[in-house]
Design a protein around this ligand. Sequence first.
Ligand SMILES: C[S@@+](CC[C@H](N)C(=O)[O-])C[C@H]1O[C@@H](n2cnc3c(N)ncnc32)[C@H](O)[C@@H]1O
Length: 266
Amino acid sequence: MKRNPIADEMAHTYDRYFQSDGYRARYPQPNPSTLDYLLRNGASEAKHILDFGCGNGRYALALLAHSRADITGYDISAASLADFEHHLDHTPDAARVRLVHGNWSRLGRTPRYDMILMLFGVLSHLGDRATRIGALSRLRALINPNGRLVLSVPSALRRRPRELMKWSIARRLGVALPPLSEQGNIYFTRHVDGQSLTFFYHLYSPKGLRAELRAAGFALEACEAESLLPEWWIAQSRTLSGLDRMASHLLPPALGYGIRVLAVPV
Ligand SMILES: C[S@@+](CC[C@H](N)C(=O)[O-])C[C@H]1O[C@@H](n2cnc3c(N)ncnc32)[C@H](O)[C@@H]1O
């Protein structure tokens, strides 16, 4: 299969992010509200969970402690999986985890997962719309008929206004090359430990997310604001995450820092 250049760029970016320890420092734990959401929506009873774009396993490690599921962690960043593996060494549940780097075929070919996760922007990183729908369709083929997909993506109304404006102007001027020629797609750069890390993102509206899920054979069952405050505030403070949980119930999904959805195969 043809290599997706965005995937190569993101693997390089995330390798450097995880090697620097910047990711763990910024997001030392999962968002407690999303972890609860997973447990309330099938993770406690699931037999096999796929955490697609698992990173260093901040969700998978927490799920291990709260469920009996076997967990497959998949990522394109080898450094993220090395960090995950390092933390597995300290858990008695390591035997329930299988880590897969890059190679989709090792995820299986037939439905086998009761729950698939794509948390905190993984879908946004994959590339243009066709690539994102292609990936969702492949995951659709791996999910059990009664399985559930839970994902969260950045909201276009809350994130990266400057980059959205910059690439929107570039499109109008006809100088944005694919995949930046597509509305909602951006690059942005973050400085971590003296390094410049550049990320590709598609920023979502609830409507756009629903349409992509539908095109891949999923029906959206629930859609909500994941949080009001930025993820890193919540991941670093129990107090803020508690307050945020109350506030985010009042927000329409599009105004969440992230949009969190539950989808089922149709
Ligand atoms: C923002 S991090 C989220 C990690 C984890 N889900 C969490 O919540 O901490 C995005 C993750 O997506 C992974 N990723 C990016 N592009 C990917 C791709 N094409 N296939 C699989 N994983 C990818 C990155 O390596 C990174 O670990």
